[in-house]
Design a protein around this ligand. Sequence first.
Ligand SMILES: Cc1cc2nc3c(=O)[nH]c(=O)nc-3n(C[C@H](O)[C@H](O)[C@H](O)COP(=O)(O)OP(=O)(O)OC[C@H]3O[C@@H](n4cnc5c(N)ncnc54)[C@H](O)[C@@H]3O)c2cc1C
Length: 352
Amino acid sequence: MNDMSEAPSANAAAVETDVIIVGAGPIGLFAVFELGLLDLKCHLVDILDRPGGQCTELYPEKPIYDIPGIPVVTGQELTDRLLEQVKPFHAQYHFGEMASSLVKREDGRWQLITDAGTTLIAPVVVIAAGGGSFVPKRPPIPGIEAYEGSSVFYSVRKMEQFRGKDVLIAGGGDSALDWTLNLAPIAKSLTLVHHRDGFRAAQHSVNRMRELVDDKRIGFHVASVKALHGAGGQLEAVTLAGADKKEWRQPANAFLPFFGLTIKLGPIANFGLNLHENLIPVDTAKFESSTAGIFAIGDINSYPGKLKLILSGFHEAALMAQAAFHICRPNEKLRFQYTTSSSSLQKKLGVA
Ligand SMILES: Cc1cc2nc3c(=O)[nH]c(=O)nc-3n(C[C@H](O)[C@H](O)[C@H](O)COP(=O)(O)OP(=O)(O)OC[C@H]3O[C@@H](n4cnc5c(N)ncnc54)[C@H](O)[C@@H]3O)c2cc1C
């Protein structure tokens, strides 16, 4: 457990809190803020070893352009800003832990247990688990496991690690095209391979990629990767097979396959919640599931008109917090207040 300043440690005793949040993605983090304004304390559990969810795991260095009031921010910067924003509320984070079971106690509260043995007890549980645990699809190339993490990467954490390398990217979607464009200026050489000469990516990215190919700044082949060659996890070359089945060897020290993600809902499927196509249906007044006291916000929920956008999740977190307050503090009145004018909110934020 840590509050972003201490190292995580095993936690044997049950911890009681106001709200348990499953998922420390952008929406789980913003929920801490909305709940914090109402004096509700939170514990967050995330399988990943850091906060940010998809933003930090899948696109930490990619710019996001549709966060209100912030014209451009990368996935990592947005996460850092959210962490800064929630700092006054001292949420406790349990990273590297999977929320694995959820049961209702006799006293009406919920008990959540993680795979690390942490037991959390609270009247409210907020599921902000995105698509659940997302795992990249591994291409069926013999022995690829031996190169994963050293030469084969399913996401880009630090662009600099590809500087001066012979980079091979495979795939035809937005991730493959975006990273082709972003890494082209950094890599020693960059080759994109896809099994056909058609892409599922944004047209402007495809156009830009084709310009780079025409200028001979990157290579593109309609081909698939058949074999990896190297030793000790260090890739040296790959065997590519073209549409005509002809094979050739191509130097490569880094291979980035972008074949999409397999979303595994994981243990949440066994929490006894009503699910529809692996999503949790909610009402749009409180974002509560059909089980009282369990809310679902962000990418994990579904309702008519749902858009899987960060800004939608932020709105959902605000409304959820109002409803969660009434469950956690049944005898207290909730007064709607603005942060601009409420000295009590400003005090909580440490600015007054
Ligand atoms: C390439 C890409 C680009 C994008 N660009 C934009 C954009 O420009 N604008 C925009 O608004 N949106 C964008 N999105 C979508 C945006 O990232 C998501 O809407 C957002 O991340 C959803 O946040 P979340 O907190 O609901 O879920 P997530 O970010 O998925 O976080 C969920 C967290 O829950 C954890 N978790 C799941 N199950 C468990 C469990 N059982 N126990 C413990 N932890 C668990 C996961 O590890 C994860 O950290 C983009 C997505 C991708 C992939």
